[in-house]
Design a protein around this ligand. Structure first.
Ligand code: IPM
Ligand code: MN
Length: 351
């Protein structure tokens, strides 16, 4: 029987509540599909930081390397200045664990939950492959003459041939293996960011020669936000840089029904990957048992895909779809018609 070591980082706010439901469903899937796993919990997050003044213990990265996967709830605390936890925990883990892909499947499960008129689950079904280790997130730049009238802030986008190529290659492979229409769209800004996206475009075209079965396409990032609203059915797999990927995946989350359902993976194809609901810590809803756990349950399914438990992962996704279409009144926290724990139970039941 396959057995996995999973690190859990429930984190802040509603993170622990939704991770609990994710694990509830994972336990049921393990029983049904015959695999085993053990979890070890890490208390990283705002509470720990406020208590100890340490964002992440020095051993965190090496400790986490011993796992098959990481299951993360949310990072972000109202009493901690923005940036400290995000950069010190989430981004640090992405970088140091070399999770160079941010994978965001975007699927509408029920037309009722789409804010766009006349769009069906068939129209909104694509995946964004976001570069997750470079670009504006690399931290290049600096501040000069801070707090003076001469202040200068420089924030540079780092794009390496190596980093771009491995991301683009991942996207082609993903399109070949999993996508519906074998179509890959590069999202960039070649008309203005003529250094960075020239590198992206050439890499995209060159690697594309190895994938004659994949149709390719290009869209500027501003135009893609327009088309994602007007014609989301045009997209199959989208590959883009770190910053653009961050922005368009929030838009994508909305058209698939909101943060309650949006799951993502930070993938190191040769190492430890980390899976998370992308909605954040939602302090407003914390501890009320009203947050939607489906994004976290979906993140659990992505985790199982990555470790190779495909049947279990597919079954969880199917139960999520059934619960969404047959049970839930809404996908927003507090409006589902069920509590957080009840939604977890429903997914287990449908499994
Ligand atoms: C995301 C988040 C993070 C990001 C934040 C919390 C640092 O918005 O995963 O998309 O910008 O990557
Ligand atoms: Mn984001």
């Amino acid at each position: 029987m396959n057995s996995y070591k999973i690190a859990t980082i429930p984190g802040d706010g509603t993170g622990p509540e939704v991770v609990r439901e994710g694990l509830k469903v994972m336990a049921a899937a393990a029983q049904k599909f015959g695999f085993k796993y053990e979890t070890i919990n890490f208390d990283f997050g705002g509470e720990r930081y406020l208590r100890t003044k340490e964002v992440l213990p020095a051993s965190a990265v090496s400790d986490l390397k011993a796992f098959d996967a990481i299951f993360l709830g949310a990072i972000g605390h109202p009493d901690v200045k923005p940036g400290i936890l995000e950069k010190g925990i989430l981004l640090k883990l992405r970088f140091d664990l070399n999770q160079y892909i941010n994978l965001r499947p975007v699927q509408l499960f029920d037309a009722r939950f789409c804010p766009l008129k006349n769009k069906t689950p068939d129209d909104i079904n694509f995946t964004v492959v976001r570069e997750n280790s470079e670009g504006l997130y690399a931290g290049a730049g600096g501040q000069l003459f801070k707090d003076s009238p001469n202040e200068v802030a420089i924030q540079e986008s780092i794009n390496t041939r190596f980093g771009v190529e491995r991301c683009v290659r991942y996207a082609y492979e993903y399109a070949r293996k999993y996508s519906r229409r074998k179509q890959l769209t590069l999202c960039g800004k070649t008309n203005v960011l003529t250094f960075a996206f020239d590198l992206w475009q050439r890499t995209f075209d060159q690697v594309g020669k190895e994938y004659p079965d994949i149709k390719t396409d290009y869209a500027h990032v501003d135009a893609i936000t327009m088309w994602m609203v007007k014609n989301p059915e045009w997209f199959d797999v989208i590959v883009t840089d770190n910053m653009f990927g961050d922005i368009i995946t929030d838009l994508a989350a909305m058209i698939q029904g909101g943060m309650g359902i949006a799951a993502g993976g930070n993938i190191n194809p040769d190492g430890v990957s980390m899976f998370e609901p992308i909605g954040g810590s939602a302090p407003k809803y914390t501890g009320k048992n009203i947050i939607n756990p489906l994004a976290a349950i979906g993140a659990g399914a992505l985790l199982l895909h990555e470790v190779g438990e495909t049947a279990a992962a597919t079954a969880i996704e199917k139960s999520i779809r059934e619960v969404v279409t047959t049970k839930l009144a809404d996908l927003a926290a507090g409006k589902m018609g069920f509590s957080t724990t009840e939604v977890g139970d429903l997914v287990v039941k449908h499994l």
